[in-house]
Structures are given as structure tokens and as C-alpha cells.
Design a protein around this ligand. Structure first.
Ligand code: CAA
Length: 402
């Protein structure tokens, strides 16, 4: 383990739409056995964004929560990056909209990063190194992962949609998770497993091939991590971790990932450790669905909120995968008090307060969202932090206090 100062995640915030679809309802409507979605894919519900929600509004809400949890007004932030694969403009970054909505100071780097679901991790790792190098001069980095996972209606990917954002405030005095410096196993290759052409709102995916690519990348990244790690007395390499959070496009993918990882550890019963090491990270993803860049960090949030205080002081493994592809296996230590801090966000209560959509309501929202990028802004009034439409080619949002 590295002797560098424990730079890591000081605070986090999570945002998700206030409406969801029960996947058993979708299965009924599509003439599929509900058990295929619920047991076969390991999905339960998926968040459905409203007609006035987008990557910006989700990012801004998550960021506001992360800053509030840290007791920060943003003055101590020197870098703001948004990782997303569902950006709202070819040029202007989501991060600039967030800076404006949150009225953050101007002496900060503001940009967007893209590499499918890995885009947020790319920003996170660069921001951590910026802090570790001393260039940050004590400033914090705000890295936000925000996405709306959208496939076409009646496609195989339809039950694996979702929407949400996770904001991570990174600092040299973290209160949630200290991330291990230099401990990253990396795997990347040029591959067409999942992509979204410029002319389409819906993702394209070679579904079964994408699963194969994910597992191949996991193997490469995990082997890379193993090559960097010091030996321990544990019988299986991954038993050094109290938990492992994976990128979760749907719950079953985490099952397949963990089975593969434990097989690489020569575990003759590769599923036996799943409940102990992985299940606590899947509660929130099962409620919200795939959130692309935020998926790993939603899993980590779920782990911190439900893993219990026994997790504190323990090392956890983290696996990020972005199609196309780039993957990283890295690790960190959960800090004292972290689980109570994350529980104070009351995420289960907020999930329970959401509205359940019918399938026709969900389909209507999906169709309506196809036109939202060109929708006129109307009278300029709307719910705080929500998307109003376009005025003079400018995307507009209701400010916090309107
Ligand atoms: N009861 C219980 N289980 C059932 C069932 C039933 N009645 N019917 C089928 N199943 C099981 C199948 O046996 C299968 O299980 P296993 O994978 O364990 O064998 C599972 O349900 C899924 O069945 P299919 O493989 O037939 O499902 P499908 O072909 O309709 O599509 C999918 C599955 C390819 C994952 C599709 O949902 C998809 O394309 N999703 C989007 C792509 C994706 O998420 N890829 C993940 C890796 S890429 C990535 O991670 C990046 C990212 O975020 C997109």
C-alpha cells in the first residue's frame, strides 16, 4: 500500500428522478416473463427522467447535496469536472451549466470528460492526482457523474435504462473513502460493444458482446491491480477487500463480474462470497437502474449506506468499466464515520417517496423527451434547477431560487 497522504472522497451527493417504472410492469407490457427482468437481469425498478430533467439538472442537484454534506459553499473548490456520455451540447460542457446554477466561484477549472461509463472515473483519477501533486494548493475537486441511460422502446436494452447523478467532492482530508494512490489496474481496447451515434438519442449496443467485453476488461484490470499489490495472508486475493463495488449496468452483470473475479482467484465456489462482498452495493442500483458514469459510485454509495459500521477501516475494491473501452480496478479504505454520513442523506426514504409510473405514462415521457432539446423555453418559469427549454439557441434552466 502507498504511503502517500490519504487523498479521497470527502463527501458525496446523489440525485435521481422522482418517478420510476416497476420492471415487472414493463415485462407484462412486453409479453416477457417478469422473472426474466427481475431474476434473469437482476433489475427491479428504473428511474425515468421527467420532461424537465436532463444531465445538467441531475448533476446540479447531486453537486448541491455533496457540497451541503461537506459544509462547503464551493469557495474551496478549484476543479469542477462532469463525466457524462449524455451531454447536452457539442461544445459547452455540462460543468459550466452546473457552475452557473450553483453560483460557484470563477477561479476554477471547469470541463467535461467522456469515455462511456468510464468518463467519471477518468476525471476522478486525474483530479486525485492533481490534489496529490500539490498543484491544487489545498483546493478540492468536485467530480460529478451524471447520465440518462436510454435505449429504444422495445429493445433488449430497454429494461436496463435509468437516470441519475453522483457528485464526489475530493480532498486531501477525506471523510468518506481514502483512495489508494498508484493502485490502479487498467485495461483498454478499441471495441464496438456499446456506442451512441451523433444522430441518435438512443444508445446502440451489441448486448451479449458487451458482456464479454466487460468481463475481458475486468480480467485485464484485476490482473493489473494484482501485479501492483503487496501480498497478504488471505487465501484468495480478493478476500483482502471487505466489499467490492462493480460498474452495474444491471444487477446480474455484477453477479457475472464477481463470479469471474473469484474464478480468477481460483475459488472453487465463486458465487459463495457474493452476499458478503457484493450484495450491499446493489440496493440503490436495483432501484434506479443504470446511470452509466455514476453507476460504480451509486454502488459505492449503496455499500456505504447499507454496509454498516463494520466496513469502516476496511479496504474496498472498485471496478469501473466504460464501453469502447476503458476499465480500471482500484481501491480505497472506508473512513470512520463514513457510513453514518452517507446514511444522513436518507436515500432509501427518498427512493420510497418516488411516484410509480404506468407503462403508457413511461412511454409518453420517452417519446416527449425525443424533442426536448429543441423545445422553446416558453415563459421562462419552472421548478428550481429544472430545464426550461431553448431560447435563442441557448439551453435555459430555472435558477435555484425561482
Ligand atoms: N426467468 C429467469 N431468468 C430468465 C428468464 C426467465 N423467464 N428468461 C431469461 N432469463 C435469463 C437468461 O438465462 C439470462 O441469464 P444469464 O445471463 O445468467 O444467462 C438473462 O435472463 C438475460 O437473458 P438474455 O441474455 O436472453 O437477455 P437479452 O438477450 O434480452 O438481453 C442484455 C440481455 C444483452 C444484457 C440486454 O439487456 C442489453 O443489451 N443490455 C444493455 C447492454 C449492457 O448493459 N451491457 C452490459 C455490459 S456493457 C456495460 O456495462 C456498459 C454499460 O453500462 C452499457
Amino acid at each position: 500500500m502507498s504511503m502517500s497522504p490519504p487523498v479521497g472522497i470527502d463527501s458525496l451527493g446523489v440525485a435521481f428522478p422522482s418517478q420510476y417504472l416497476e420492471l415487472a410492469d414493463l415485462a407484462d407490457a412486453r409479453g416477457v416473463a417478469p422473472s426474466k427482468f427481475v431474476d434473469g437481469l437482476g433489475t427491479r425498478r428504473m428511474a425515468v427522467p421527467g420532461e424537465d430533467e436532463d444531465t445538467v439538472t441531475l448533476a446540479a442537484r447531486a453537486a448541491r447535496e455533496a457540497l451541503a454534506l461537506a459544509g462547503s459553499n464551493g469557495e474551496d473548490v478549484g476543479l469542477l469536472a462532469v463525466g457524462t456520455e449524455t451531454a447536452v451540447d457539442h461544445s459547452k460542457p455540462v460543468a459550466s451549466f452546473v457552475q452557473g446554477l450553483l453560483q460557484l466561484p470563477r477561479a476554477m477549472r471547469v470541463f467535461e470528460t467522456k469515455h462511456a461509463c468510464y468518463g467519471g472515473t477518468a476525471a476522478l483519477q486525474l483530479a486525485l492526482d492533481w490534489i496529490r501533486s500539490g498543484s491544487a494548493r489545498g483546493k478540492k475537486a468536485l467530480v460529478i457523474c451524471s447520465d440518462i441511460a436510454r435505449y429504444g422502446l422495445r429493445t433488449a436494452g430497454e429494461p436496463t435504462q435509468g437516470a441519475g447523478a453522483v457528485a464526489l467532492l475530493l480532498s486531501e482530508a477525506p471523510r468518506l473513502v481514502a483512495l489508494d494512490a498508484g493502485m490502479s489496474g487498467i485495461f483498454s481496447q478499441d471495441v464496438n460493444d456499446f456506442w451512441r451515434p451523433l444522430y441518435s438519442k438512443d444508445a446502440q449496443v451489441d448486448g451479449h458482446f458487451s458482456v464479454k467485453c466487460y468481463l475481458e476488461a475486468l480480467e485485464g484490470a484485476y490482473r493489473g491491480y494484482q501485479g501492483l499489490a503487496a501480498p497478504t495472508a488471505h487465501a484468495r486475493f480478493s478476500d483482502r477487500f471487505a466489499a467490492i463495488a462493480y460498474h452495474v449496468p444491471y444487477g446480474k452483470m455484477a453477479v457475472k463480474a464477481h463470479r469471474h473475479l473469484r474464478t480468477l482467484d481460483w475459488d472453487p465456489a465463486p458465487d459463495a462470497s457474493f452476499e458478503r462482498l457484493v450484495a450491499p452495493s446493489l440496493h440503490f442500483p436495483a432501484e434506479i437502474g443504470n446511470v452509466y458514469t455514476g453507476s460504480l459510485y451509486l454502488a459505492l454509495t449503496s455499500l456505504l449506506a447499507s454496509g454498516g459500521e463494520g466496513l469502516e477501516g476496511q479496504q474496498v475494491g472498485l471496478f469501473s468499466y466504460g464501453s469502447g473501452s476503458c476499465a480500471e480496478f482500484f481501491s480505497g479504505t472506508v473512513l470512520g464515520g463514513a457510513t453514518a454520513r452517507v446514511r444522513s442523506l436518507r436515500i432509501p426514504e427518498r427512493l420510497a417517496a418516488r411516484r410509480r409510473l404506468t407503462v403508457p405514462e413511461y412511454e409518453a415521457v420517452m417519446v416527449s423527451r425525443e424533442e426536448m432539446d429543441a423545445r422553446p423555453a416558453g415563459d421562462g418559469k419552472g421548478a428550481p434547477f429544472h430545464y426550461l427549454g431553448v431560447a435563442a439557441h441557448r439551453r435555459t434552466y430555472a435558477p435555484a431560487e425561482s
